[in-house]
Ligand binder design. Structure first.
Ligand code: TSB
Ligand code: ZN
Length: 605
């Protein structure tokens, strides 16, 4: 049992820092107290599991009551009462038979099921007040230390994470050692909510998910599609300038192709099942593009002089992600990856890998991403099913990736069990609005697929040798990148990525003609423009443009028309009057091309 060392720091001392062990115990204890409160308030509720998680805890319930956030104040109130009761947490070892009788008598079928998996092991119960749980321990000394907690949300969760099992109700909460920590966390959540790409994506009409189409299969609305095509054009042009060759290939293939590649054995749980046809042909939706690019490589016999060959595609692929992990655009089932496979000689690996790392840094600079880190994703050597079993191959590939990282001079963290089945990866991790890290870019070194597909090139002496493959994605899938951009900019996209860059707002009906002429000029300059000619008050028009987060508003009134000048307003409230059309267009073009993140020409000199 864990005691808090000193509850109040001595005066003048540094603020108390709470160990992770203490916080885990606090959160785990909070889950038990919540379960007690829930079972008292909602009779018939069965308990299953309730662990501590990052920043909080949850408990999965099976209940005749359907929980909503409206139940939270009542549950929290009862939790506070229990906590104040100063009940000690007591552990007790118990025999399998006794425990079984205990849980069976209460009709707690999930506990009975968990217990059955523990046969032959040490079994413990933890008690506080009137509540008992089947639990390994890791609790506070007493409920009294629980003061700063809050219930956050409720979500469906399959028993044991398996879709074939019953759907339980998971209540999430957060718990902290101090009031300040709790408040800080709640404030962070509040801010994160405002940035959440699912919320902003709906409000700004960027994308939508239709239940009729299905979960994880997003629809790109016109404005979101504009952002997507800007990303696509940006990366394709950049890649072309670096010697990548873009191709198109179908998102379907014969199942044999994916059997030969090893996806069918190692990646099957993320693949849609094969479609069978009367003529016995079986086709699958591709979960990756690599085998298709390999067939493009195999379409010709290559000399060592042709290598490296960089085959790129905005490749659409389909993955059957579990419903519980789907999230807006950031984790989907239908996606288009900024993919490329580099086929190279073994002694070109270093150069190609460092080239990819430098490209990633260049692209992040253009998109304004600063807060990212490199992860060297390695296999789990014990897992011979998920990863190809060839230790020498893995060791070599890992060494080469480390060398590339050190040549570019970036620090990295190693993570076991995060590799692709065919080889280790360098993943670039960024934080979403909630602070969770997700992979955006990836670089993967692969000696396996060239072997499986018997890839060859002709060397200097006319003999056949095996090339190496580097799989890489720079801007990730269009889906995940767009989700990141929305959260990163909280919807306030820089000019070059804004679906609408300029909105012209007329003061009276008389400005319609000049507004249309101005629109034509801006369109001709390559800018994305919209008009607001409604007979609304100008304040309402400004408010609407502000809600759409449009970078530039041009407010056109009779005075400006007469003076042949423009009044400009930025979404951050800055304004400029008496600007000539020529100057404005010049500045907008400059800002658009340079990908500047914040316009400076309006600042007072
Ligand atoms: C880089 N064969 C390689 C490719 O050549 C590959 O597919 N790698 S991957 O599996 O790691 O996926 C590439 C990137 O796609 C990931 O780094 C991640 O940024 C993105 N991605 C993966 N799954 C999803 C998903 N379900 N939704 C959105 N983006 C995803
Ligand atoms: Zn690949």
């Amino acid at each position: 049992m864990i005691k808090e060392k000193s509850q109040k720091p001595a005066e003048g001392s540094a603020p108390e820092t709470h160990s992770q062990e203490f916080l885990d115990a606090l959160r785990h204890s909070c889950a038990h107290v919540m379960a007690q409160a829930v079972q008292e308030l909602f009779p018939g509720t069965k308990i299953s599991i309730g662990p501590a998680i990052e920043n909080g805890f949850y408990y999965d319930f099976d209940s005749p009551h359907r929980f909503t956030e409206e139940d939270f104040p009542k549950i929290e109130k009862r939790m506070q009462e229990i906590a104040q009761g100063n009940h000690p947490f007591k552990g007790e070892e118990i025999s399998f038979e006794e425990a079984k009788k205990f849980w069976e008598e209460r009709g707690e079928k999930y506990k009975v099921e968990i217990l059955e998996g523990l046969q032959g092991q040490k079994i413990t119960h933890y008690h506080h007040d009137s509540y008992t749980d089947l639990c390994r321990g890791g609790h506070l000394e007493s409920t009294k230390l629980l003061r700063h907690f809050k219930l956050l949300s409720v979500a469906g969760a399959y028993w044991r994470g398996d879709e074939k099992n019953a759907m339980l109700q998971r209540i999430y909460g957060t718990a902290w050692a101090t009031k300040e920590d709790l408040e800080k966390h709640l404030k962070m959540l509040e801010e994160a909510k405002a940035r959440d790409h699912r919320k902003l994506g709906t409000e700004l009409r960027l994308f939508s998910i239709s239940d009729k189409i299905g979960p994880g299969l997003p629809l790109w609305l016109p404005k979101g599609a504009t952002i997507r095509s800007l990303i696509e054009r940006y990366i394709v042009d950049l890649e072309r300038s670096l010697g990548y060759q873009h191709v198109y290939s179908p998102a379907l293939a014969r199942v044999e192709l994916y059997k030969q590649s090893g996806h069918w054995d190692h990646f099957k749980e993320n693949m849609y099942p094969a479609m069978q046809f009367e003529n016995k042909e079986e086709l699958v939706l591709r979960p990756m593009n690599c085998p298709h690019h390999i067939m493009i490589y195999k379409n010709d016999l290559h000399s060592y002089r042709d290598l490296p060959l960089r085959i790129a595609e905005l490749g659409t692929m389909y993955r059957y992600e579990r419903s519980g992990v789907l999230s807006g655009l950031s984790r989907v089932r239908a996606m288009t990856l900024n993919d490329a496979h580099i086929f190279c000689l073994p002694d070109q690996i270093r150069n190609e890998a460092t080239g990819v790392l430098r490209l990633i840094e260049r692209v992040y600079k253009d998109f304004g991403f600063k807060d990212y880190w490199f992860r060297l994703s390695l296999r789990d050597p014990a897992d011979k099913i998920k990863y190809v079993d060839n230790p020498a191959m893995w060791d070599k590939a890992e060494r080469l990736l480390k060398e590339a990282l050190s040549e570019v001079g970036v620090s990295f963290k190693e993570a076991a069990g995060e590799a692709a089945y065919y080889g280790p990866k360098i993943d670039v991790q960024l934080h979403d609005a909630l602070g969770h890290s997700e992979t955006l870019s990836t670089l993967q070194l692969d000696f396996y697929l060239p072997e499986r597909f018997d890839l060859e090139y002709v060397n200097k002496d006319g003999a056949r040798e095996r090339p190496v493959m580097i799989h890489r994605g720079i801007v990730s899938t269009m889906e995940r990148m767009t989700a990141f951009l929305i959260e990163h900019y909280a919807g306030n996209f820089p000019l070059w990525l804004s679906p609408i860059q300029v909105k012209i707002l007329t003061l009276t009906n008389a400005e319609e003609g000049p507004a249309r002429t101005l629109e034509e000029h801006l369109l001709a300059a390559g800018l994305r423009v919209s008009l607001d000619l409604r007979a609304e008050k100008i304040s309402a028009k400004i408010r609407d443009a502000q809600l759409e987060k449009i970078p530039y508003m041009i407010i056109l009134g009779p005075k400006d028309v007469a003076a042949k000048t423009l009044s400009v307003r930025l979404r951050d409230g800055r304004q400029a009057h008496g600007v000539s059309e020529e100057k404005l267009i010049q500045e907008l073009i400059r800002e658009n091309i340079s990908k500047t993140l914040s316009p400076t020409w309006l600042e007072p000199k």
